[in-house]
Design a protein around this ligand. Structure first.
Ligand code: SAM
Length: 368
């Protein structure tokens, strides 16, 4: 159990050092909160469950625990009310976008109720990342509840390659049905995330590009990252974005285009022969070969309410203890200000053999 220090002189929570919070502030927008590198807090990723119905080899490989990962008991998960309360706190510090993730977020029962509660707060861009397995069933009610967009992870079109990456017997066609249901519900533009692992699904780079070109959905290739320990990551398994662009560009000439907003993680490339800006682009997320820490405005709320200021952080701040204790919102706002203003993370920029050996948190728990 995390050790909780009274807020008045909070210095250590779950092993992470923060200064004591400042004097109480009102529960109104606090202005721009910057970390030690001048990065604002803009995005919050919320892991709503650590469970997943897939066993992707790069995330929750089956050979580690099979289907029985050491999942958190339900009572340890943040409730929807607790997540909504924290969303207000984060919004007060300038958070504009909340992404629900996991684990597989659509496994959390009645997720649409959480979406509705977050939507009621107002002024938040609400998005969700899913493997798409349950999306065909859920897309409409999520949209009706106030979800704006979805990102769907899909690592291959070929069923055999898909199985090699995701380690489930699940037809790709059902993920494609989920994508179309999301489009029909208006959860657009839809982004399709492909993690590329050398020798496993790199043969799918071109088929994926061909399939999604001019579909209206934005295909994004992600470099395989060294998140967590269970995946046994090796640098040799990473296909650099530059190589991906070369492969796609060989068949479909591409040109780079500017970011949609400061801090966008994907580099955008436009198909030269497409007139439709959105339908005709792909993205690459080069977290290994071109770290983007300097623009990172994301915080991550793990399934049990621990806050992480980096995907590679080793320690979290126990916000659930504050929620379930007697802390007022103002105190949590101040505590968050203290955490963020101390933030110095830049793991991907300093990745090395030494950092590879550091303890790491699994993606399914911290939220991808
Ligand atoms: N279950 C949902 C899904 O499949 O999209 C949400 C959670 S998943 C952890 C979120 C994203 O993280 C997915 O797009 C997944 O491909 C990506 N991801 C997981 N492990 C990764 C790794 N080692 N390197 C790069 N991306 C990874």
């Amino acid at each position: 159990m995390a050790k909780i220090i009274p807020l008045a002189d909070a210095r250590i929570v779950h092993g992470a050092s923060v200064p004591a919070p400042h004097a109480a502030a009102s529960f109104a927008p606090t202005g721009v909160l910057a970390d030690t590198r001048g990065r604002a807090l803009r995005d919050l990723r919320v892991s709503v469950t650590d469970r997943c119905n897939f066993r992707c080899v790069y995330c929750m490989p089956k050979d580690v625990y099979g289907h029985d990962y050491p999942f958190l008991p339900h009572a340890e998960l943040l409730t929807f009310e607790e997540i909504a309360r924290l969303a207000r706190v984060f919004k007060a510090h300038g958070v504009e976008k909340i992404r629900l993730t996991g684990g597989e977020p659509l496994l959390r029962r009645h997720l649409e109720r959480l979406v509705a509660m977050l939507s009621d707060i107002g002024g938040l861009d609400l998005t969700l990342t899913t493997n798409g397995a349950l999306l065909a069933k859920k897309a409409r009610e999520l949209k009706d509840a106030g979800l704006n967009r979805v990102t769907v992870s899909l690592d291959a079109l070929d069923d055999g390659v898909f199985r090699a990456m995701n380690d489930v017997d699940f037809p790709v066609s059902r993920v494609l049905d989920g994508i179309e249901a999301a489009a029909a519900a208006g959860l657009a533009p839809i982004k399709i995330n492909v993690v590329v692992k050398r020798g496993v699904n790199d043969s799918e780079i071109l088929p994926m590009a061909r399939h999604f070109r001019n579909s209206g959905h934005i295909l994004r290739f992600i470099e395989y990252m060294d998140v967590g320990h269970t995946n046994g990551w090796r640098l040799d398994d990473v296909v650099p974005s530059a190589e991906i662009i070369r492969i796609v560009g060989h068949e479909f000439p591409l040109e780079p285009i500017g970011a949609n907003y400061p801090g966008e993680v994907a580099e955008r490339w436009r198909y030269l022969d497409s007139d439709d800006a959105e339908a005709g682009e792909i993205g690459v997320i080069s977290s290994v070969t071109q770290a983007f820490c300097k623009d990172c405005t994301r915080a991550r709320l793990a399934t049990d309410g621990k806050l992480y200021t980096c995907l590679f952080a080793t320690q979290g701040y126990d916000l659930r203890a504050l929620l379930r204790g007697s802390s007022a919102d103002e105190e949590i706002i101040n505590y968050l200000a203290a955490i963020w203003s101390q933030r110095a993370d830049r793991y991907s920029e300093i990745r090395s053999e030494r950092t590879a050996a550091l303890p790491k948190i699994e993606m399914s728990y911290i939220g991808g």
